[in-house]
Design a protein around this ligand. Structure first.
Ligand code: SAM
Length: 211
């Protein structure tokens, strides 16, 4: 279903600069229409964010592709995602062979997406809690990806990244943010590059925005 639409989306992603063949292959395989409410299915392959309920969104495909390409997870690596939402980003990471751990703070979304992972046969560890605290039991992570925009980079997440690991996180105001791509050089040293401008829903939590 929607094969032509999916292929058109791949062409859009290529035009916008996505080059990583594994990322493009994951987008070719994962059926985004299964991650959006039924009423939105015909818009699932447009390059736009869509509402998924609870005031939240499934990110724009280009943003998911950009962040995945920036993180560049290798098969078998441990990746922590903050902001499970629809589960689409987690599944893309899983298709790339990463061992995915994902945290969502809203129970209804967490519950709904957990069932979807199960139905689609993805082995993704999911938890309902404040992701700004991270998930210490499985740390350190080779990669951390944050899919909501916070005012700063949570210290807990910096600590839970392995040396040589990468974190991709939008940081800035409540409506627009700069994408920060960090590489951990040593326990307290990070190399950072930045890409403007992205628009995410707020990262709410202990080391995020207050409700
Ligand atoms: N990765 C998601 C996807 O593929 O659909 C994008 C989801 S949406 C842009 C961001 C999500 O982050 C929302 O579901 C929101 O509830 C969640 N969120 C916000 N703050 C959070 C926090 N501190 N911990 C965990 N999840 C959080």
């Amino acid at each position: 279903m929607f094969e032509n639409e999916r292929e058109e989306l791949i062409q859009i992603l290529k035009t916008r600069g996505i080059r990583n063949e594994s990322v493009l292959a994951a987008f070719r395989k994962v059926e985004r229409h299964l991650f959006v409410p039924e009423i939105m299915r015909f818009n699932a392959y447009k390059d736009v964010a869509l509402p998924i309920g609870q005031g939240q969104t499934i990110s724009q495909p280009y943003t998911v592709a950009y962040m995945t390409e920036a993180l560049n997870p290798q098969p078998g690596q441990k990746v922590l995602e903050i902001g499970t939402g629809s589960g689409f980003q987690a599944v893309i990471l899983s298709e790339l062979g990463a061992r995915v751990f994902t945290i969502e703070r809203q129970f209804d979304l967490y519950n709904q997406t957990l069932k979807l992972f199960d139905k689609l046969g993805y082995k993704i560890a999911a938890r309902c809690s404040d992701g700004t605290i991270g998930w210490t039991e499985f740390a350190p992570y080779d990669g951390i990806i944050v899919t909501a925009g916070g005012p700063t980079i949570p210290e807990n997440l910096k600590k839970q990244l392995s040396i040589g690991g990468k974190m991709v996180i939008p940081v800035g105001g409540k409506t627009t943010q700069t994408m920060k791509i960090l590489t951990k050089i040593s326990e307290d040293k990070f190399e950072t590059r930045e890409a403007p401008y992205f628009a995410f829903v707020p990262l709410i939590g202990k080391e995020g925005w207050k409700e």
